[in-house]
Design a protein around this ligand. Sequence first.
Ligand code: FES
Length: 155
Amino acid sequence: MPQRLEPDLVERRDFLGLAGIWAAAVAILGSVLGMLRLPKPSVLPETGSRIRIGRPDEFPSGTTRAYPEHQVLVLSNPNGVAAISMECTHLGCVVAKTETGFSCPCHGSAFNADGEVVTGPAPRTLRWLEVGQTVDGRLIVDAKREVSPGTYLKV
Ligand code: FES
C-alpha cells in the first residue's frame, strides 16, 4: 500500500519570514512601476483653445455659423465678426440657437441674440469670445479669452 506523502510543514517562523520577503518584493516592484510611469502624463493636455474659423470673406455680413465641437457660435454683421460661447452661464449646458437668440435645454434659460439673459436661472450673459486674425489673415476664436459683450472684430 503506497504511503501518502505528507507535505513538508513550513515552520511558522519560516512562513512569516517568507511572507515578509514577498510583501517587500511586491511593494518594491509596485514602487518601481509607479516611478516608471511618472514621465508619462496621466491626463492628456487640453487641446488648444484657438479655433481657426476661416478667411474673413467666408463671413459676409449676416452670417451665423455654429462650431458645435467647440460650443462656439460665430456671427457677422456690419460691426464685424464676433463669437459667442454656447455654454450656458447657469450650469454649463450647451444652449441651442433659436430664432430670437438661444435657449438652454437643461433648466429653461433663454438668451437674446446678443446672449443677454431673457429668462433665468442663468445669472449672466453668454460669454463673448475674442476673435483675432493670424498673420496670414485667417480668423481665429480664442475660446479661453472672454471679451466684453458686443465686441466685434472689424474685418
Ligand atoms: S444649465 Fe442652462 S439653465 Fe441651467
